[in-house]
Write a protein that binds this ligand. Sequence first.
Ligand code: HEC
Length: 245
Amino acid sequence: MITWFMQDLFVRHLVTYLLSLIGLLAHTQVLIENNHTPVVKIDKPKVSETINWNTLVPYAINVTDAEDGNSAYEEIAEKEVLLIVQYLENPSLVDDYLARINQDLVPLVAMSQSTCFNCHAATTKLIGPSFDLVAKRYSAKDNAKGYLMERLIIGSSGVWGEEKMPPNPDITEEEAGLIIDWILNQEDNPVQFYVGLEGAIRTPEVQSNSDKGVYVLTAAYKDHGSTSSLKNKKLGLQTITLRVK
Ligand code: HEC
């Protein structure tokens, strides 16, 4: 009788224990998952549009994120919204291109969440040199990567002119490595990217073999996590493919 009673008690305790464990796990799960993925939408141009060579094509992006807010109410930092534009000679190349797009997105997103785009752009000089010029200057030099990673983190002056680059202590060594690798690659065929919710895409003069060509537009925004988990940031993106003539 006593043993039966004790067994019963033991089983009850075990059940209570297991139930609380499951509860705890479920709770943790909620904490990890309650940051939602941002919804990024390219409102302009429309997918059905054909774009022309040698023109300015207006674009507009909308971002909504359950935690960060809605770009329509100015709750999203515009400088963290990116558009990458790529011309491909044939629609059959789109899948391969998209499979590799993280190589551009990861460093660009890291830069968009820092201060880089206040002073640097792809091919035009702002306060700092354009990335294609930085690549031209260093890509053939020994230890360019190590040198530039250090300059990036501690700041730079006296190389390009009068303006100084302040230190960038928010950039981790790992991010610095990815960013500098990416910048050093921007010499010959720089990635065409735009920062902000709206603007205009400049298309070049008509390209050869362009009868099948398409433009691929990828808009992206990485959120800031949720209050319970700032590390669990999520990237939202949308890609559209447009014909060109
Ligand atoms: C306040 C403006 C400003 C910000 C913000 C800024 N830069 Fe710069 N950057 C400059 C200027 C100016 C120079 C040129 C400095 C010089 O002449 O040595 C420069 C130079 C550079 C260079 C070349 C360094 C060299 O020694 O030749 C790289 C690479 C670079 N910036 C990347 C970045 C990245 C990546 C970020 C963001 C993490 C960033 N910059 C943020 C203004 C800025």
